[in-house]
Design a protein. Structure first.
Length: 623
């Protein structure tokens, strides 16, 4: 039994990280402290000043541990790493593994390429972004390609050393064929200069020049050529219009503000790059409205910028706690000085007000959509209960699927929908352990047995220790099981449940010849459901989600196996370096094409390892 009084008395007067756990040993919160003794004891003192979320967390704490650090900065760095590792329930949960797209121009090449990337590196090339609207980025790239015939190949093209014949893109007028020497470095450079001008908003001179050329062509009765200039002008304006707002200076800046209602908080970030708002992102954080605004923004900043690819020079907020600590933390991550500023007047303060207004609108729209979705899901679940003649509405639905390729790397997936919405925290993945080859029925039997046996064990342990049912990973049983398949999969599930003496209704989601969901199998009868109904949309969502989850897991295992099997042959690249290469580049092809600078910018990769990687892939090209 964990002795809270004794452990609280022995807390040190030093900086560090504290880790709160529930009765099952799961990490539910990670925090940093300048003085561990003072910070941790606050949670277990008079709770009247605590927010509802903190009160709920404290009720679930069964034990805690701590790690002493030499400084508050080390504590912050460790806190970020542990939050990523454990994804605790009561920490701010952001999509901090999402890398926003950039437009990259390879200006260190004689004939640069322009493309979209999610890997930002200090490699001497030009990057524009990050952009939160990936669709708009790709649309911008398409427009640029229509404006300028740029190369897309990865060839190492050096002026004066061109011997290749042009590829098909040249004849389709999609490339100016620098590989064949059909365009000089200087002329190609004009394209790149114009593209940089467009992406940075300095497009007036470009448009003026095109207008002049259009008018001259029109005067010479060259109407087809004039039309081409007109189309180019419209394309440039279309690109520029995507950058809607301007600031006075061409700096990289982020503006962060928030809006809270009586329960939740919405934090909004505006990305300003080269003096323009290039995109924005918002995060709705539930049950935090009672917390101090400065603390919320401080926690948000440390969480958000520990995962994003790019940190700007200046970050503007209305208020924040631990600003000096955060500045030092971000400076370390960026590699140059970062400033967190609180503007008191002027356009920066006006921008923050606009961000807060956007956060308010986002929150209101979010709440409206939630209410609409709740009503639709409630109606759909009622309809489902009536169709299957269930005694109770199936508020919790679990669905299962198997994925493999010719029996290799068989995996199972379990997804959970509560009140018609996916509950990602309850999703589970299973590696098939006992079945060899492509036997979906036996594989399904294995994962169902493992899931429900584990659930029964947890329920028993919880009852013996007089704990709340919510303490287990598998202790909540579904009101309905939906199998991704027909009668065969349904019968497997029913057999497993009968063996374990568990009574849960099971149905199967069946598809037609065109692989579209057409209805359900239940009690050996097929129930056809209106394809356009909200119920069918919900069933299709569940089926697509369980299939996606299984495929994604299978693909990740396959890719890691492929990547590691190849990288294991490279001298001076051990397990840690292989993992860091995988995290940064994601594929063998990307590692193969990485420059020395990009490799050296990878965590734990030194020059010796980088040279080994480049040498290995150069030799493989020759063989």
């Amino acid at each position: 039994m964990f002795d809270f009084e004794l452990q609280l008395k022995t807390l040190p007067n030093k900086p560090g990280v504290y880790i709160m756990k529930n009765t099952l040993g799961e990490v539910i919160y990670v925090g940093k402290a300048k003085i561990l003794k003072n910070r941790v004891r606050q949670y277990f003192q008079n709770s009247k000043n605590h927010s509802e979320k903190v009160k709920a967390m404290v009720r679930n704490i069964a034990e805690f541990e701590y790690i002493v650090t030499d400084s508050e900065m080390e504590a912050l760095l460790l806190e970020c790493n542990l939050i990523k590792k454990y994804s605790p329930k009561y920490n701010i949960a952001l999509k901090d593994d999402k890398f926003y797209p950039f437009i990259k121009i390879t200006t260190n090449e004689d004939f640069p390429r322009v493309f979209v990337t999610r890997n930002y590196a200090k490699d001497g090339n030009k990057y524009f972004g990050p952009y939160t609207n990936a669709g708009a980025v790709y649309e911008t790239i398409d427009l640029i390609k229509k404006l300028y015939p740029l190369r897309t190949c990865r060839k190492n093209i050096v002026e004066g050393q061109t011997t290749s014949r042009p590829c098909l893109n040249y004849y389709l007028k999609l490339c100016s064929a620098p590989c064949a020497g059909y365009i000089s470095k200087a002329d190609y450079g004009v394209y790149i200069k114009n593209i940089i001008g467009i992406l940075t908003g300095r497009d007036n001179d470009i448009i003026a020049g095109l207008k002049k050329q259009m008018e001259e062509a029109s005067e010479n009765l060259e109407f087809e050529q004039a039309a081409k200039y007109r189309d180019k002008i419209m394309a440039i304006k279309s690109i520029v219009q995507k950058q809607k707002m301007f600031t006075a200076k061409e700096d990289d800046e982020d503006f962060i503000n928030m809006y809270s209602d009586d329960k939740d908080v919405c934090v909004q970030v505006f990305f300003v790059r080269d003096g323009k708002v290039s995109g924005r992102e918002h995060f709705v954080i539930e049950d935090r409205s009672g917390d101090d605004r400065a603390d919320i923004l401080s926690e948000f900043i440390s969480s958000f910028y520990s995962g994003t690819a790019n940190i700007p020079k200046n970050i503007y907020v209305p208020e924040v706690s631990d600003s000096e600590l955060l500045e030092n933390f971000l400076t370390i991550r960026r590699g140059s000085k970062v400033w967190i500023k609180i503007p008191q007047k002027g356009e920066k303060k006006d921008m923050l007000y606009m961000v807060s207004q956007n956060a308010k609108i986002t929150m209101e729209n979010f709440k409206v959509k939630i209410l609409q979705d709740k009503e639709i899901n409630k109606t759909s679940l009622n309809e489902l209960a009536e169709l299957l003649e269930l005694e109770e509405i199936p508020l919790r639905i679990e669905s299962y699927d198997i994925s493999n390729i010719q029996g290799v790397d068989s995996v199972g997936s379990m997804v959970v929908f509560e009140n018609g919405k996916p509950k990602n925290s309850d999703y589970r993945r299973f590696k098939i352990k006992t079945v060899k080859g492509a036997n979906d029925y036996d594989s399904m039997r294995e994962i169902l047995q493992r899931r429900f046996k584990r659930g029964l064990d947890e329920v028993k342990a919880i009852a013996e220790r007089n704990l709340e049912l919510s303490k287990g990973k598998f202790s909540f049983f579904p009101d309905l099981i939906m199998m991704d398949g027909g009668k065969g999969q349904v019968n497997i599930a029913l057999e497993v449940l009968e063996e374990l003496d568990i009574n849960i209704p099971v149905c199967g989601m069946v598809k037609d010849d065109k692989h579209r969901t057409r209805g359900l199998i239940y009690n050996n009868k097929e129930i056809i459901i209106n394809r356009g109904s909200n119920l069918m949309h919900m069933i299709t969502r569940i089926q697509d989600e369980v299939h996606r989850f299984a495929i994604t897991y299978h693909r990740s295992l396959r890719d890691k196996k492929t990547l590691h099997s190849i990288l294991e042959d490279i001298p001076n690249v051990g397990e840690k370096r292989r993992r860091n290469l995988l995290i940064k580049f994601g594929s063998v092809e990307n590692i193969k094409n990485a420059t020395m600078e990009e490799l050296l910018d990878t965590e734990s990769i030194d020059r010796k390892a980088a040279e080994s990687i480049i040498s290995y892939f150069n030799e493989s090209k020759k063989s």
